[in-house]
Design a protein around this ligand. Structure first.
Ligand code: BTX
Length: 244
């Protein structure tokens, strides 16, 4: 499959014309003893978002999941979601698209009628208390603009053509360089962030936090300055983040 996709990437690339979900396929790989594999599909018939939401994945998009086995405690795994967001953002920007990051896991393109969602990231993992056994980072990037939900946009709305193989290759190269460099991830994340400086309302399963988003901190928490002082929100606890 790696040869079929014609990539010389730092990950073995497994390509499928159609899958229910590249994350679901990548989750099968650890039992096969694999690591550092990227699963790519032209279309997904059951694409998944966070919190049991769906992800619309028509043919021709970039639907990609990366399986790795990092030497990290589970609590630090969110840094890999941020690394993937930075890798995807920088690759989109290189392709001429003004992508920005909305904490924790969305890529947006600012527009005159508001920000539109270009991409999303879904990280899943398994591990013990002190060490992750595997992590699957699913990255969905809209390419075309047909058959997308309201509020979504694709790369082709902002640039004339997209070489998907090259895009995947560049994204994987960047992710590979970033995954062991948390300081660079946080620095680059801040540079591309749309959320920092905004007044936000963050919904978690137990709380609603309102204030100014002032920073992101390792391993991926958002610092919100509230009337009662700063609160750090874990990426995994965010159900919704809206302008306040
Ligand atoms: P999320 O829960 O932040 O976003 C999901 C929400 O986004 C949906 O409820 C819907 O409102 C909206 N949405 C659905 N499809 C699209 C789309 N194509 N473009 C823009 N907005 C959309 C984000 O979850 C995480 C998405 C990860 C997707 C990748 S694709 C490869 C991998 N495989 C897989 O099944 N999921 C990941």
């Amino acid at each position: 499959p790696a040869i079929e996709f014609g990539l010389d990437a730092p990950f073995t690339v497994e390509y499928h014309d159609s899958l229910p979900s590249t994350n679901a396929r990548a989750r099968e790989l650890p039992t096969e003893g694999a690591t550092d594999v990227a699963v790519v599909a032209d279309e997904q018939t059951g694409g998944r978002g966070r919190l049991d939401r769906g992800w619309v994945s028509p043919p021709g998009g970039i639907w990609l999941s990366v399986l790795c086995r990092p030497d990290l405690p589970p609590a630090h795994a969110p840094i890999l979601t941020l690394a993937a967001a930075v890798a995807a953002t920088e690759t989109a920007r290189e392709a001429g698209v003004d992508a920005r990051i909305k904490w924790p896991n969305d890529l947006l393109v600012p527009g005159t009628d508001g920000d539109q969602k270009l991409a999303g990231i879904l990280t899943e993992m398994e591990g013990e208390a002190d060490r992750v056994s595997w992590v699957v980072i699913g990255i969905g990037i809209n390419v075309g603009v047909e058959d997308l939900p309201a509020g979504a946009t694709g790369l082709l709305a902002h640039t004339e053509s997209v070489d998907r193989r090259r895009f995947v290759q560049r994204l994987l190269e960047r992710f590979d360089a970033l995954r062991t460099d948390p300081e660079r991830v946080i620095g680059a994340w801040r540079e591309h962030a749309l959320t920092i400086g905004q007044r936000v309302r963050v919904e978690t399963p137990t709380d609603e936090i309102v204030g100014e988003a002032v920073d992101v901190e390792f391993p991926g928490s958002l610092v919100v300055e509230t009337d009662d002082g700063p609160i750090r929100v874990h990426a995994g606890d965010c159900e919704h983040l809206r302008p306040a």
